[in-house]
Design a protein around this ligand. Structure first.
Ligand code: SF4
Ligand code: SF4
Length: 183
């Protein structure tokens, strides 16, 4: 596996990192998923947006991934990360628990975990260090900005206007309440 295996401290901590934000994919993670899903040897750049949208829209709005962005000196940098529970593939939710986290830990195999998860090196004091840096992400994701930003610009205003994000927030708070009450 490329990256770091979870340390013994991860079992004790039960995924503090995964409860704050879904880990980030690298484009290699995205392309591998698209290739396997579509039975392709490689992804034609002209088809990327269409295939990505199919992937993000799969499973009745319960996809694995969401588009998110962070701000750089040159504007927003769009990328994929794990979707959060109760939220959509448009990652406006700043924080949230990863949809792949279960009471037993991450439901993905170590090989299937996105690079941001594999490159987070755990430490016993929970000052875990991310080795998939923002600079690496900026370089990696630069060629995919058109495909990701057009999907974001198509769906973000629609979801906002239709109240979908508000409903997701309400669902997430309800889910957190149920967790606290042990339901
Ligand atoms: S990487 Fe760090 S925060 Fe994440 S589960 Fe392991 S010990 Fe906890
Ligand atoms: S995919 Fe696994 S390692 Fe990454 S945030 Fe989700 S539960 Fe954590």
């Amino acid at each position: 596996m490329e990256g770091f295996a979870p340390g013994p401290e991860c079992a004790l901590c039960q995924g503090k990192c995964c409860k704050e934000k879904g880990c980030s994919l690298s484009p290699k993670d995205m392309l591998r998923t698209l290739q396997e899903r579509n039975g392709l040897q490689q992804i034609d750049a002209g088809k990327l947006r269409e295939l990505l949208l199919e992937l993000l829209n799969e499973d009745e709005m319960q996809p694995l991934y969401a588009i998110d962005y962070f701000t750089t000196e040159n504007g927003p940098l769009f990328y994929l990360r794990m979707r959060h529970k109760c939220y959509t593939f448009i990652g406006v939710d700043a924080m949230g628990e990863c949809c792949a986290l279960t009471p037993e830990g991450c439901s993905l195999s170590e090989e299937r975990r996105p690079k941001g998860g594999r490159f987070l090196k755990s430490t016993p004091d929970k000052q875990c260090i991310q080795h998939y840096s923002r600079e690496m992400m900026i370089n990696d994701w630069a060629p995919y900005q058109d495909a990701l930003s057009t999907i974001w610009k198509e769906f973000e205003p629609e979801f906002r206007e239709n109240g979908i994000f508000d409903r997701c927030d309400a669902e997430y708070f309800k889910w957190m309440r149920m967790q606290r009450e042990g339901k």
